[in-house]
Design a protein around this ligand. Structure first.
Ligand SMILES: C[S@@+](CC[C@H](N)C(=O)[O-])C[C@H]1O[C@@H](n2cnc3c(N)ncnc32)[C@H](O)[C@@H]1O
Length: 287
C-alpha cells in the first residue's frame, strides 16, 4: 500500500468526485429519515495543501485552486455551494486552509441523525483520519479492508444512504475487486445509492470494466466522466491522470439534470489542453 492521497488531494479528479458527492448528499438529506454514509477507502480525511506531499505534487492548483477562483454562472454556483462551503476560506492562490476529503465533506453535510462508516487500511492515513474528524458520535472508523467492511455494513439499518467506493487502483486486480464487491452489495441492498470512482487510463481496459458493471444486471447506473486533456508530466507524476469516471448506481433523480449543468462547466473550468471533454449518459437505464 504505497498510495498516499495527499499527493493528489484537491486535483481535478477530486473536485469532480467531491462536487458530485456533495450533490448526492444534499439530496439524500432532504428527507428527515436518517441515512448511512459508507466510505470503503476513506483516506486521511483532510489534506494540508502546504504539506511536503502537496508541494512536491501541487495538483490542487489545476483543481480546487481553479474552482475557488472561477466565476461560474449563478446556476452552477448554486450547485457548487455546499462543496465550496465545506472547503471554507482560501488564500489569494486559491489554496484552502485544508482540503476536505470525502469523509470530511460527508461529516459537514450530514445531520445529527445520520451515521458515517469509514474504512481506511493504512495505519498512518487512518490515524490522520481519526485526528481530522475529531470526536463525533456519528462516526465509526475501522481498519478493516474496505470491501470486507462493505459486505458487513449493507444493508444499513437505516435502509437509506450512500456508499462511496474509491480505491487507489494500485493493484492489478482492483477493478475485479470493485466488480465483485458491488455485485455482492447490490445482491444485499439493491436500492442503495453507490458511487464508484475510477481513473481512466486505458480505453480498452476501461470499456471492459464498464461492460462488467453493466453485466451485473442492475438498472439505473449513471455514467459521468471528466477528461481534462493532455497533462504534462510532473516531478511526482510521470504519467499524470487526465480522465476519471464516476458510476452512480441509483442516483438521486435530481442529479441527472444537475449533471447536465455541472459537467460541461467542470470540463471547461478544469481543462488543461485540447482533447478533453465529459461523458454524461446511462450505463444502464432506469428500470
Ligand atoms: C483514493 S484514496 C481515498 C480518498 C478519499 N475517498 C477521498 O475522496 O478523500 C484511497 C485510500 O484507500 C486506502 N486503502 C487502500 N487499500 C485499502 C483497503 N483494502 N481497504 C481500505 N482502505 C484501503 C489507501 O490507504 C488510501 O488512503
Amino acid at each position: 500500500m504505497n498510495y498516499r492521497h495527499g499527493f493528489h488531494a484537491g486535483n481535478f479528479a477530486d473536485v469532480f468526485k467531491h462536487a458530485i458527492l456533495a450533490r448526492i448528499l444534499v439530496y439524500l438529506t432532504r428527507k428527515d429519515a436518517p441515512l448511512r454514509y459508507i466510505d470503503t477507502h476513506a483516506g486521511a480525511g483532510r489534506y494540508d495543501l502546504t504539506s511536503e506531499a502537496a508541494k512536491r505534487s501541487p495538483e490542487w492548483r489545476d483543481g480546487v485552486g481553479r474552482i475557488v477562483k472561477a466565476r461560474p454562472p449563478a446556476e452552477v454556483a448554486a450547485l457548487l455551494r455546499p462543496y465550496l462551503d465545506a472547503i471554507g476560506p482560501c488564500d489569494d492562490d486559491g489554496r484552502p486552509d485544508s482540503y476536505p476529503g470525502s469523509p470530511a465533506l460527508a461529516q459537514t453535510l450530514l445531520r445529527p441523525q445520520d451515521r458515517l462508516a469509514l474504512s481506511e487500511a493504512h495505519p498512518e492515513e487512518r490515524a490522520a483520519l481519526i485526528a481530522a474528524l475529531g470526536r463525533d458520535r456519528r462516526l465509526s472508523i475501522v481498519a478493516t479492508d474496505g470491501y470486507v467492511a462493505l459486505n458487513a455494513y449493507v444493508p444499513p439499518k437505516e435502509r437509506r444512504g450512500l456508499v462511496l467506493i474509491d480505491p487507489p487502483f494500485e493493484e492489478p486486480d482492483e477493478s475485479a475487486r470493485v466488480e465483485a464487491a458491488l455485485a455482492a452489495a447490490l445482491a444485499k441492498w439493491p436500492r442503495g445509492t453507490y458511487a464508484l470512482w475510477r481513473p481512466i487510463k486505458a480505453p480498452i481496459e476501461d470499456a471492459r470494466f464498464l461492460n462488467a458493471i453493466a453485466a451485473l444486471g442492475a438498472p439505473n447506473i449513471l455514467r459521468l466522466e471528466l477528461d481534462v486533456g493532455v497533462v504534462a508530466p510532473g516531478a511526482h507524476s510521470p504519467n499524470p491522470l487526465r480522465a476519471a469516471g464516476l458510476l452512480i448506481v441509483n442516483p438521486p433523480f435530481e442529479l441527472i439534470a444537475e449533471a447536465r449543468v455541472l459537467m460541461p462547466w467542470l470540463a471547461q473550468a478544469l481543462k488543461r489542453a485540447a482533447g478533453g471533454g465529459f461523458v454524461r449518459q446511462w450505463l444502464t437505464p432506469p428500470a
